[in-house]
Write a new protein. Structure first.
Length: 308
């Protein structure tokens, strides 16, 4: 099974170099595709000076779904893995990917983070919608069979976050599963976000409402799962306001952002559900546009190119 690895990056040159070094050491047979953009830290030059990257794509948008779909379009592997630029694969990672994809259409594994007093390791995650249990995955360390990504038409580019959670719901909706491989481990090398923008509450709950409305429509379980997280968040913030840890004006402003995000997500999710009534549930899909890439350096056809 041929494996392509897509690494989206933004202003993370040093992080990316370490990640590429680990791939070269532990998964040298993988086709590596770096999706950069728009970085301003010399990432392009660093990648061009390496001989272990097959494709470098330069994009102009920072939306994660755009970068992921651009990588899918260039990948030629039977398996397509996605790796955060600040994560380094460990020994056995590639074998675990192949083993996992013999049992399921997607596979994920643990992320190890070194701390001053030890190490943390992520565990398998899932969520429940009605009677359905949906296995989730971290987009920083996950691989898919190429055919399921083609069937579901990649990632939903409306989302500015939670694109992996949306795909997990869509995988479940077509009757497929996600497996967990303990040996598919990656580790953190840096304690920084590498230039990735932190998600605010408005974006968080817009994505939540959109994902649930688009995939399940207007029903009791959708309403409950849409309201429950912001409700818990509101109670926590209210307690902080009562104890003086948070200013009342901050609580009101946060509530306004959450409500606006929910309304926007519900409305947009309903429109998306109408636009795509199939099991794919992905109107702003991988095939919906072709102008994502500003520049493409493809060394597969010309490995001795002077561009390097």
């Amino acid at each position: 099974m041929k494996c392509s690895v897509v690494i989206p990056t933004l202003n993370g040159r040093d992080h990316l170099a370490t990640s590429l070094d680990a791939l070269a050491a532990h998964a040298p047979a993988c086709e590596v595709i770096v999706v950069n953009g728009p970085s301003a830290d010399g990432t392009t030059g660093m990648v061009q000076n390496r001989d272990d990257v097959a494709v470098l794509l330069e994009i102009s948008e920072r939306t994660p779904g755009v970068a992921l779909n651009a990588g899918i379009n260039m990948a030629t592997g039977d398996a397509i893995a996605f790796l955060n630029h600040d994560l380094a694969v460990e020994s056995g990672w590639q074998t675990a990917v192949i083993d996992g994809l013999t049992e399921a259409v997607a596979v994920t594994g643990p992320i190890h983070q070194t701390l001053p007093v030890g190490m943390t390791t992520t565990e398998p995650e899932s969520t429940v919608i009605g009677e359905k249990s949906i296995s989730l995955f971290n987009m920083g360390n996950v691989a898919f069979r190429a055919d399921i990504l083609n069937e579901l038409d990649g990632f939903d580019e409306y989302l500015d976050a939670r694109e992996g959670i949306d795909l997990a719901h869509r995988i479940n909706n077509v009757g497929e599963t996600v497996s967990w491989e303990a040996n598919m481990g990656v580790r953190t090398e840096f304690k920084t976000d590498g230039g990735i923008r932190q998600q605010n509450r408005r974006e968080k709950y817009r994505a939540l409402a959109y994902t649930l409305m688009k995939n399940y429509g207007l029903r009791f379980t959708t309403a409950k799962e849409t309201i429950r997280p912001p409700g818990q968040d509101a109670l926590t913030s209210l307690r902080a306001t009562v104890t003086g840890e948070m200013q009342p004006t901050t609580w009101i402003a946060t509530g306004r952002d959450v409500l606006a995000g929910l309304c926007d997500g519900i409305r947009s999710g309903a429109v998306a559900r109408v636009r795509d009534r199939s099991s794919v549930r992905n109107p702003p899909a991988c095939s919906a546009r072709a102008e994502r890439v500003v520049d493409c350096y493809d060394w597969r056809s010309s490995p001795d190119s002077d561009v390097r």
